[in-house]
Design a protein. Structure first.
Lengths: 363, 149
């Protein structure tokens, strides 16, 4: 696949990366570049930057707000349903340095574009020169190779995220390969995952996995076991339909399914849940969780104080939740799909109702 | 109109300081809107909902809800009254709350007839409104809710 490079005149006249970046709304608020507040008060220090180009992302994924064939100009497009305001990169770096004490994790999100690698390297250097907060890169595999991944590590990135999103090859093909323009390759994504694992090491690579793109529960759970065996992190996202995207009318996963996936993922990753404890029907739906292990049963009783239902994201310097993406997968008026803070007692009561565990364990 | 820092505020209106609303009162009818500072710190609005015309509320009761990109909350009635008009334009385009909070971004009109006459809590007067607004800006800055210029 080839991607156009911007011309010199374009770079001079347009507000594009590397001299400009988009920020998530929450990040812009945390850096005091935009006014605002959250519905519930909590510490927030995960700053997300997104590369910006006048011709946008050249991939065309069916569910993504930045998709090439989604109607509208790139500048007006939302990403995970919200606007990402545009700022000068140097101003963002300056503010990150000013508020470094409260920052937990930084992340640059690439898009599929011919300049994305060079610009990510440039911005990584600018950040690493002034800020010690750990820096992740959410990479666009078509723009990278082994050497480039190594170079980005040398410049200061400590973790790599890969937005695989679709956890089965079939779903990946349907949503990301077999598209009107800019199809992506499953094999290319796995090459980059494998190179990243070699270069960045255990638990330094994460794969974004989305619930609700058409995969089965078994697809998801098989992926969690596979990634754990390779010491790769799985980060969970709930599909949230982007208006006007090709999957804009595709339903979200039910809250019950979502909560059960969150819980089982936690049991696998933290408590080595025996795969034989899980029963699926012929269509791959999880229909039974049978646990005889005492420590697993304790989790089912206590819900592990809500930890399984918190946002999956790159950690801060001391292992604390670093990237929490508040309201990334749901609107503020909807129940939290993933919590950017530890759920409190009332939240746990609601989560338990949503899980309907008695039903899952008594089939 | 008075310019205070980056905000333009009308000092000829009444303000419900706890709820963050302005009230333009003519007789028993009050048009209610959102203080420019509250709209600024709530963020970009994406949805507004009001209770029906004819519904009556006491002070502090919810007469609707609003949702911004990172925030959701109830609209709490600043004085007792009956809704006699809702701004359909702002329902269709909630961003009017951000762009024109004193004009097209008004919320509802209420009839205060028969209420508890509880309007003494409303703030008015140029100097009083100005002082309150300056203090509010400082408070919101301390909370980290305002962008730094």
């Amino acid at each position: 696949m080839e991607f156009p490079l911007p011309t010199a005149s374009t770079e001079e006249t347009k507000k594009i990366s590397p001299n400009y970046v988009r920020l998530s709304g929450a990040s812009a608020m945390a850096l005091r570049l935009q006014s605002g507040r959250f519905s519930r008060d909590f510490d927030f220090g995960g700053i997300n930057l997104l590369l910006n180009y006048d011709n946008g992302c050249l991939s065309d994924c069916g569910y993504c707000g930045l998709a090439r064939t989604r109607p509208g100009d790139y500048e007006d497009k939302s990403f995970i349903r919200v606007d990402w305001p545009l700022f000068e990169t140097d101003l963002v770096v300056e503010r990150m340095a000013k508020y470094a004490q409260k920052l937990t994790r930084l992340c640059i999100s690439m898009v599929t574009h011919g300049s994305a690698y060079e610009d990510t390297a440039d911005i990584t250097e600018r950040i690493a020169a002034k800020i010690k907060t750990p820096l992740s890169l959410l990479v666009a595999p078509p723009t990278l190779n082994r050497e480039r991944l190594q170079h980005l590590k040398d410049l200061g990135a400590d973790m790599i995220g890969v937005g695989l999103d679709a956890v089965s090859e079939n779903v990946f093909f349907d949503t990301r390969t077999n598209v009107p323009k800019g199809g992506l390759k499953w094999s290319n994504y796995w090459d980059i995952i494998n190179y990243s694992r070699e270069i960045y090491g255990p638990w330094k690579v994460n794969i974004h996995t989305v619930v609700g793109l058409g995969e089965t529960d078994k697809d998801l759970i098989d992926m969690f076991y596979e990634l754990k065996s390779r010491q790769i992190l799985a980060y969970l996202f709930s599909f949230n339909p982007e208006p006007d995207s090709r999957m804009g009318n595709h339903p979200k996963a039910t809250v019950r399914r979502w909560r059960r996936i969150q819980l089982v993922k936690h049991l696998i990753e933290t408590y080595d849940l025996d795969p034989r404890a899980l029963t699926f029907d012929e269509e791959g739906n999880l229909i039974k969780l049978e646990s005889t292990a005492a420590r697993t049963n304790k989790v089912l009783t206590t819900l592990d104080a809500g930890i399984p239902f918190m946002t999956n994201g790159c950690p801060g310097e001391n292992g604390e939740p670093g990237c929490t993406r508040p309201y990334g997968s749901y609107r503020p008026s909807e129940p939290y799909r993933d919590f950017p803070f530890q759920p409190v007692t009332d939240d746990l009561v609601q989560i338990r109702e949503e899980l309907d565990l008695e039903n899952l364990m008594s089939v | 109109m008075k310019k205070i820092k980056n905000f333009t505020i009308r000092t000829d209106l009444f303000y419900a300081t706890e709820e963050g609303f302005w009230l333009d009162i003519t007789g028993n009818i009050a048009r209610i809107g959102m203080s420019p500072l509250v709209q600024e710190t709530t963020g970009s609005f994406v949805a507004v909902r009001f209770e029906d015309e004819g519904a009556r509320f006491g002070r502090g009761e919810s007469f609707g809800s609003l949702e911004a990109e990172k925030h959701v909350g109830h609209l709490k009635m600043p004085v007792s009254g009956t809704i006699v008009a809702v701004n359909e334009k702002v329902v269709e385009n909630p961003h009017l709350l951000n762009t024109d909070p004193y004009g097209q971004g008004w919320l509802v009109e209420i009839d205060m007839t028969g209420g508890d006459a509880g309007q003494a809590h409303l703030l008015s007067g140029e100097k009083e409104v100005e002082a309150w607004f300056e203090a509010e800006i400082e408070k919101f800055e301390d909370k980290g809710w305002l962008a730094e210029s």
